[in-house]
Each structure stands twice: as structure tokens, then as C-alpha cells.
Design a protein around this ligand. Structure first.
Ligand code: NAD
Length: 256
């Protein structure tokens, strides 16, 4: 379905971004990966799906790096047809003790990076009258949780940016939508599981159950594969008039 299309997924060396990259690759899209840590493993996983893969190590907190990455993608594959703004970090603390540098980093990586990549991707998408921008927000783009001020502010911002991007392109073949996962067991959440296990002196398994029990009625983690299939739907012909939604995949979290 996505042969001859190019998808750039930020923060795709791990977790949800890598899951979405694999789902899009299975549909035939060429992939531009981005993110830190192991690069060769994810590149090999994508190449094994029979598509072309490239990698750019842009630090998503830096506008100039994002400009380099978008130019690199155009040189490698001609254009970016599908942009998935996924890179994100977390920090957990009450507002009165929230470190200022963590606030700034979360706003830059989780929110401003989506603005920069979007503004750079749009002109080519508009010229070709086809494009898909998928913002990985969170249930925290829809509801709050204590001790996550920067993250919740950034994710609500991402949902707002999604609506405006969708509206500004509403009469074209360019759509923009957000995916709002509940708990997904990636390295980002494993850190929160480890912190809970240490704080309460309980096992990792019990900490996972507690985490789910507080928020997610299904008592199951959403998986990167499930989120990847939602991204595929947004890219499919049936998704052509889905514009500006913030679609939660959260085991019932925000239904409560
Ligand atoms: P993860 O830690 O597994 O992956 C994050 C990715 O972002 C990695 O590839 C990492 O290298 C990259 N990254 C981090 N800082 C970066 C930077 N400055 N520049 C470039 N890349 C950077 O986390 P994840 O859980 O897969 O999170 C992916 C997205 O999903 C995030 O936006 C997160 O907020 C969102 N999300 C996660 C969950 C969850 O439960 N895991 C729930 C809702 C939303």
C-alpha cells in the first residue's frame, strides 16, 4: 500500500517509534530512522522487511539538527510523504521541585520538534497534494496526571498542533492526526516501573500491575505493534478524511 512512499519517524531507534517504523515498512514504505542508542539493530530490522532504510542522528531538541535531517531525507529519498513526530522523553516531579532544564528539554523534544519537522515537511506534501503527519501524543494530551507537568503540557500542545495542522490543510490530500497511547512497556515506561518497584520495595511484576491498576482498566499494556497498525490506517485510503483527531489506544484510561 505504501510502496514508493517515504516515512520519517523521529525517535525510532526504540519503543513505539520503531514499532511504527516496522508497520509502515511492512506496507512497503522506505524508512528514515532517527534517535539515539543502538542504530545498527533497528536498521537491520527494517532492511529485513525489504525496504530502503536510512538514519539521521538529529537531536530533536535542536531546530538546526531537524533542518539537517529533513534535507538529508529529501536527498536520500526525494521527499518525506509520511512524517511521524514521535521522539519524546519524560521526567516525573512535582511542579515546585521540577528541574528547569527538564522542563525546557521536554517542551523542546516532545512539542517544539513536532512544529519544526511539520513546518519543514509541509511544503513538499502540499506541492504533491499527498501527505500524512502523525503525532504521537499520549493520553496525557487528553487528561493530566500528577508530577508530569512538562509532559502533560507538551502533549496537550501536540494535540492542539495536530488540530491546527489538520485545519490548515483540510481541503488538500495532507492529513494530520494524533495517536494517544496509554501505558506501553517501552524503556520510557520501564524506568517508571523500576522507580515504583524501588520506592515501594516490590517486585517488577507487582510494580507493573500497580501502574496499570492506577490508570488502565484493561490491565494490559498497549503494544508498539498495535500503535503501528493505527498509523497504517491513517495512511490508508480509508483514512483520507480523518483530520485532526486525537485517537486514544489506552485500555479505557480516558473513558473513566
Ligand atoms: P523510548 O524511550 O522507547 O523511545 C524514545 C525514542 O526517542 C528513542 O528512539 C530515543 O532515542 C529518542 N529520543 C529521545 N530523545 C531524543 C532527542 N533529543 N532527539 C532524538 N531522539 C530522541 O520511548 P517510547 O515509550 O517509545 O516513547 C515514544 C513516544 O511515545 C514519546 O513521544 C512518548 O511520550 C510517547 N508515549 C509513550 C507512552 C508509553 O507508555 N511508553 C505512552 C504515551 C505516549
Amino acid at each position: 500500500m505504501l510502496a514508493n512512499k517515504t516515512a520519517l519517524i523521529t525517535g525510532s531507534t526504540s519503543g513505539i517509534g520503531l514499532g511504527i517504523a516496522k508497520s509502515l515498512a511492512r506496507q512497503g514504505a522506505n524508512i528514515v530512522l532517527n534517535g539515539f542508542g543502538d542504530v545498527e539493530g533497528p536498521k537491520a530490522e527494517i532492511a529485513a522487511l525489504g525496504v530502503k532504510v536510512a538514519y539521521h542522528g538529529a537531536d530533536m531538541s535542536k531546530a538546526s539538527d531537524i533542518e539537517d535531517m529533513m534535507s538529508f531525507a529529501a536527498v536520500q529519498f526525494g521527499q518525506v510523504d509520511i512524517l511521524v513526530n514521535n521522539a519524546g522523553i519524560q521526567h516525573v516531579a512535582r511542579i515546585e521541585s521540577f528541574p528547569i532544564d527538564r522542563w525546557d528539554a521536554i517542551i523542546a523534544i516532545n512539542l517544539s520538534s513536532a512544529f519544526h519537522a511539520t513546518r519543514l515537511a509541509l511544503p513538499t506534501m502540499q506541492a504533491r497534494n499527498w501527505g500524512r503527519i502523525i503525532n504521537v501524543a499520549s493520553v496525557h494530551g487528553l487528561v493530566g496526571s500528577a508530577e508530569k507537568s512538562a509532559y502533560v503540557a507538551a502533549k496537550h500542545g501536540v494535540v492542539g498542533l495536530t488540530k491546527v495542522t489538520a485545519l490548515e490543510n483540510a481541503t488538500s490530500g495532507v492529513t494530520c492526526n494524533a495517536i494517544c497511547p496509554g501505558w506501553v512497556l517501552t524503556p520510557l515506561v520501564q524506568k517508571q516501573v523500576d522507580a515504583k518497584a524501588a520506592a515501594l520495595g516490590i517486585s517488577n511484576e507487582d510494580a507493573k500491575k500497580q501502574l496499570l491498576g492506577e490508570k488502565e482498566p484493561s490491565m494490559q499494556f498497549t503494544t508498539p505493534e498495535e500503535l503501528g497498525e493505527l498509523a497504517v490506517f491513517f495512511c490508508s485510503p480509508a483514512g483520507a478524511n480523518v483530520r485532526g483527531v486525537a485517537w486514544n489506544m489506552d485500555g479505557g484510561w480516558v473513558a473513566q
